[in-house]
Design a protein around this ligand. Structure first.
Ligand SMILES: Cc1cc2nc3c(=O)[nH]c(=O)nc-3n(C[C@H](O)[C@H](O)[C@H](O)COP(=O)(O)OP(=O)(O)OC[C@H]3O[C@@H](n4cnc5c(N)ncnc54)[C@H](O)[C@@H]3O)c2cc1C
Length: 253
């Protein structure tokens, strides 16, 4: 069952029609996935005058695991400054890389956000109707895509992330992805009284299966994690908390 929970719905964005006794929502474009890619697609399509809807299997705001580091280019592409963003945002004036244990501070302006807030804000800003619906089956009949016999469209956008059903249906055979090469993460995001403006990234250190990060966010939120290829992280998983980074993690953590 799909539920539409965005109040921005307009009369022309989606048109319920009866097909063989069933109500089907018909629109120009269906975007599968309401993450940053899907929101960007919806936002741009709306600007171009194309009616679209977003289908996402999850209710927003939704938790999204990711370091939450964004570059100035992301803000530029969104047409905003850090001050315009209504959620929590932290500005860094340097990134502290640690490569083979050698500290390499790089002066640069970067930002951190919480994905749970940022993605929800992007979705609202896109101004496109959102249906909570888990996409399973996509068919193509001539110039129409039919999704789970419930949605019809002329154009289909796959923005469902790693296991996107659009990719699975139309592109997996053409461009197979090896699971062992998939990048996975183990991470925590929590609030702490510890305050710092230093963002750290570690590479090739202490037996890390990939890389590790320490990304402070606004209002005492902190994201720490390890990312790497699936096979390498799985192998190291059991002992990861005991990895010694030998740098400035505060003792209280
Ligand atoms: C270890 C790691 C760290 C990262 N750190 C950062 C970082 O610091 N900064 C950064 O910018 N990026 C980071 N990324 C990349 C980050 O994942 C992407 O930037 C971003 O999430 C991609 O957005 P997206 O919209 O393509 O996919 P997603 O954000 O994954 O959104 C996909 C959406 O599709 C929905 N969906 C999936 N399947 C279905 C279905 N069958 N039916 C309906 N809905 C469906 C999901 O619910 C989800 O909401 C990191 C990635 C990894 C692996």
């Amino acid at each position: 069952m799909a539920a539409c929970y965005d109040t921005s719905r307009t009369e022309t964005a989606e048109l319920p029609v009866r097909v063989r006794g069933r109500t089907v929502i018909s629109t120009d474009a269906v975007i599968v996935g309401g993450g940053p890619a899907g929101c960007a697609a919806g936002w741009k399509l709306k600007q171009a005058g194309v009616n679209s809807i977003i289908l996402d299997k999850t209710d927003f705001p939704r938790l999204k695991l990711c370091a939450g580091w964004i570059t100035p280019r992301v803000l530029r592409k969104l047409g905003i400054t850090a001050g315009d963003y209504p959620g929590g945002i932290k500005t860094f004036n340097a990134l502290h890389f640690h490569v083979y244990g050698i500290p390499l501070p790089v002066l640069t302006r970067q930002f951190s956000i919480r994905r749970i807030e940022f993605d929800h804000w992007l979705l609202k800003r896109a101004g496109v109707p959102v249906h909570r619906h888990w996409v399973h089956r996509i068919e193509q009949k001539e110039d129409t895509f039919i999704i789970d016999s419930m949605f019809r469209c002329k154009w289909l956008v796959g923005a469902g992330g790693t296991n996107c059903p659009v990719y699975r249906t139309f592109f997996r055979k053409l461009r197979p992805r090896e699971r062992k090469k998939q990048i996975v993460s183990m991470e925590l995001e929590f609030q702490t009284e510890y305050r710092t403006k230093k963002c750290h990234l570690w590479f090739f250190q202490g037996g890390l299966p990939g890389y590790a990060w320490f990304v402070p966010k606004d209002d005492g939120w902190l994201n720490i994690g390890i990312g790497g290829k699936h096979a390498a992280v799985a192998e190291k998983k059991k002992g990861w908390m005991s990895v010694h980074y030998g740098t400035s993690l505060p003792v209280s953590l």
